[in-house]
Design a protein around this ligand. Structure first.
Ligand SMILES: *Cc1c(COP(=O)(O)O)cnc(C)c1O
Length: 373
């Protein structure tokens, strides 16, 4: 008996999700994990501080009832339409566990059996989806976006015969990461209507876009929209996300979640966030303005840029390979993200920081360019 032999073969073979680095380097400009450069609202900080006392010994509300009531009001639905999770990552994992059958071992399944065990998503998109499918022992169906990262139209998906309209679960990151592209609600609606399984629209970045597809979760029985307080609401640390959808799907997710899946301070922080949305809307406007300015500056310096509806930019740098740029920027204490994957290897993903951080990035880029020429 070895420790390895005690571990399920599926788990032994797993490749875990690789999160962006969180290095503790003095003076580092951190543009690698799409965190918000602005702190939570002073009211949120005050609410968390006020709740930090002897009450920490008590269990929190098991279903985040107050937070769900506030979210229901915001989205004009009922608390029964909402599940809160330990970050939206937990919500995505629960969806896999609730809606997808693990694939039968050893046998190659086809047709309906295959569809019941399939987690489907476009590539490139959020790299957690394949990991969640693998953990569950499900099958994955990754389907390429078009080369410019737009969504293939329905006739194209039908013709290519690689998209599964019966897949038990389809994840669509919208706006997408790491491309930054937004999809129109109209094209998402068409895609949703063509799917027979559950569709999760992962809207982690929706607040930085011109439109969102939340209404599809209230219109279609099989569509869930996932949101998070992490990115737009400066609350990564607290781990609060949620999804909206049909009460029966939501009830299924509630059944399988941990009894106290959302920590108490996280619930309090998220509730206070919803009481101060004006503060955050001002931040969205600042981040969007910085994004557009940075895109213009980098274009002028020879970068190929993609339009972004998020708080990051995808950029193809001129000259040396993107992986070299990652290293050169890091030497100058600027951390961006590079994915060693075929579809995005030539790009850098750059989180939008403060205007000062964007200016520092542009200065570093100029300096690097002056050396390579
Ligand atoms: C960041 C991110 C999430 C996860 O957010 P958490 O709420 O922090 O777990 C989910 N989906 C996408 C596409 C993301 O970029």
């Amino acid at each position: 008996m070895t420790p390895q032999s005690l571990i399920r073969p599926l788990v032994r073979k797993l490749h875990a999700y690789v999160p962006g680095e969180q290095p503790k380097i003095q003076g580092l400009i951190k543009l690698n994990t799409n965190e918000n450069p602005f702190p939570p609202s002073p009211k949120v900080l005050a609410a968390v501080k006020a709740a930090t006392d002897g009450r920490l010994r008590l269990y929190p509300n098991p279903a985040a009832d107050r937070l769900r009531a506030k979210l229901a009001k915001l989205h004009r639905c009922k608390p029964e339409n909402i599940l809160v999770g330990n970050g939206s990552d937990e919500v995505l994992a629960l969806a896999v566990r609730a809606f997808v059958e693990p694939a039968p071992r050893g046998r190659r399944s086809r047709g309906a059996a295959r569809a019941r065990s399939t987690v489907q998503y476009f590539t490139p998109s959020y790299s957690l989806y394949p990991v969640l499918a693998d953990i569950h022992g499900a099958m994955r169906n990754p389907v390429s976006l078009r080369p410019d990262f737009t969504l293939p139209a329905l006739p194209e998906l039908k013709r290519r015969r690689i998209w599964n309209f019966n897949a038990a679960l389809t994840f669509v990151t919208t706006p997408n990461a790491p491309s930054g592209r937004g999809y129109t609600t109209q094209e998402l609606d068409r895609l949703c209507r063509a799917q027979r399984g559950v569709v999760v629209l992962d809207e982690a970045y929706a607040d930085f876009a011109n439109e969102n597809a939340l209404r599809l979760a209230l219109k279609h029985d099989h569509v869930l929209v996932a949101r998070t307080f992490s990115k737009a609401y400066s609350l990564c640390f607290q781990r609060v996300g949620y999804c909206v959808g049909h009460p029966e799907l939501i009830a299924a997710l509630h059944k399988i979640r941990d009894s106290y899946n959302v920590n108490g301070l996280g619930q309090i922080a998220a509730e206070a966030t919803l009481d101060d949305l004006a503060y955050y809307r001002a931040n969205f406007a600042r981040i969007i303005a910085t994004r557009e300015q940075l895109a213009r500056d980098l274009t002028r310096l020879g970068f190929r840029m993609f339009p972004s509806s998020t708080n990051f930019l995808l950029a193809q740098p001129p000259g040396p390979p993107a992986s070299e740029w990652l290293r050169k920027l890091r030497e100058r204490k600027i951390l961006v993200r590079w994915f060693d994957q075929p579809e995005v290897r030539q790009y850098l993903r750059i989180t939008i920081g403060t205007p000062a951080e964007a200016r520092a990035l542009v200065r570093a880029v100029r300096e690097i360019l002056s050396r390579v020429q």
